[in-house]
Design a binder for this molecule. Structure first.
Ligand code: HAM
Length: 419
């Protein structure tokens, strides 16, 4: 097979019937947001590159290695969004939403792009549901976001996951901790590249997965032990609200997310049934992001769920999240007159809200019955020119095999009543 007959590396096509699971998962993850005052926002699939390089941070893999960046014909540097938060914040600033009612509660869903090494659960083109509450710094809001993400997963029936939670401090305590960590890291045996990263953001070294690095980090100072009084109070309040909301978590003092903008509350949902790519969602507060993008000094908190990975997690738990076929009535026709009748009946049923389909392409009775069977319809109407002359159609109930002749004048109503 040649390359033009294959989706690009790290991408995949969503096809029926499996695509039904995607739609169901997406809608279930979004459902809690619609009960909590969140409004839908849509931003462009690409932004000025600086939105991400400044927003997400130069020390991250996402910015330094994974962005799809290109020059357009006007010579602008644009980047396919590797995540949504920076673009949503850009829109918040551009449209001066900070001057309106706060928090601005926003959600979005769609494609994100990262040039990562593809493996199970890690793609170059993937889908996120991303949620942000902007302009208010209140621990109760942090708890709301965490609880909404959790509710989305629970809505799908997921149970085998941990919510990892920590606080990454703020501008008052992070710099001191950075110094502490930097002098600790200076005494370790690290390679050139890791030292370079540590120079930009020493916290990122804590996230290094290599055992030889992790072994040296056992006694590393932890940020949670060096939080300022106000950040600690914020974190305590978040945990209190989470308890009140019935959300359980595990403390994760070494959690460092893959994006640089996080401050204070930071979290990740990690599924136990997945391999290396076990993070099904994550987020946190990002009090400096607006200012980093040239906006006012306002705070924000949010999370994103990886829809593709969530589907893998559901499969790992044996959950059937797909909605089935969706066809209630299938109409099989024999003869020219019957075909006209069938096309009309299907239109009439659909207009009445009954999911209906018929056979196309003149496949003969056997092929038509096979198509009817495959459609999953509970009722199959068989109508031939002779039936029409007699003013009836045969209606078969697939579950029982029972077949009755129904007068054409009553057919649509009777089918509608039966679904
Ligand atoms: P993130 O942790 O980079 O956070 O991504 C969120 C989720 O997207 C991950 O937990 C994972 O499920 C999914 N994901 C990320 N990369 C891939 C990939 N290559 N293939 C498949 N799934 C992937 C963010 O993107 C932040 N913007 C979240 C956020 C919103 N923080 C605050 N507001």
């Amino acid at each position: 097979m040649s390359d033009i007959q294959r989706a690009p590396k790290g991408t995949f096509d969503r096809l029926p019937p499996e695509s039904a699971a995607y739609l169901a998962a997406r809608d279930t993850l979004v459902a809690p947001l619609l009960t909590a005052g969140y409004g839908y926002v849509e931003t462009p699939v690409f932004e000025e590159t600086a939105v991400f390089s400044r927003g997400v941070g130069e020390s991250t893999d996402v910015v330094s290695k994974e962005m799809y960046t290109f020059a357009d014909r006007g010579g602008r540097s644009l980047t396919l969004r590797p995540e949504f938060t920076a673009g949503v914040m850009r829109a918040f600033i551009e449209h001066r939403l900070y001057a309106g009612a706060l928090p601005a509660k926003l959600w979005t869903v769609g494609s994100a792009f990262r040039y990562e090494r593809p493996q199970a659960g890690r793609y170059r083109h993937f889908t996120q549901v991303s949620v942000e509450a902007l302009g208010v710094d209140d621990p109760a809001l942090d708890a709301e976001l965490v609880a909404l993400a959790d509710a989305g997963f629970r809505g799908l029936g997921l149970a085998d996951y941990d919510l990892q939670l920590t606080s990454l401090g703020d501008a008052t305590c992070r710099p001191q901790y950075r110094e502490l960590l930097t002098s600790f890291l200076a005494g370790l045996d690290l390679d050139e590249e890791t030292r370079r990263r540590a120079g930009i953001n020493p916290l990122r070294v804590l996230d290094d997965k290599r055992p030889e690095v992790q072994a040296q980090l056992v006694d590393a100072p932890l940020l949670v032990d060096h939080l300022s009084d106000s950040t600690k109070a914020h974190y305590d309040a978040v945990r209190q609200h989470l308890s009140d909301l019935g959300v359980t978590w595990v403390e994760a003092p070494r959690l460092v997310r893959g994006l640089d903008y996080y401050t204070k509350t930071t979290f990740e949902f990690v599924h136990r049934g997945l391999g290396a790519q076990a993070s099904i969602g994550g987020g946190g507060r990002y009090d400096g992001l607006s200012a980093a993008l040239g906006g006012p000094d306002v705070s924000g908190i949010g999370y994103a769920v990886g829809v593709d990975r969530t589907i893998l997690a559901a499969q790992a738990e044996g959950l059937d999240i797909a909605v089935t076929s969706g066809i209630d009535v299938f109409v099989v026709h024999l003869g020219e007159e019957a075909k006209r009748f069938a096309v009309g009946l299907v239109g009439q049923l659909r207009a009445a809200g009954v999911a209906a389909d018929t056979v196309y392409g003149g496949r003969g009775l056997k092929g038509a019955m096979k198509a009817a069977d495959r459609s999953g319809a509970a009722r199959v109407v068989v109508v031939g020119d002779r039936d029409l002359a007699e003013g009836v159609a045969q209606v078969k109930t697939m579950a029982t095999g029972e077949q009755v002749a129904v007068p054409l004048t009553e057919l649509a109503d009777s089918l509608r009543a039966s679904v």
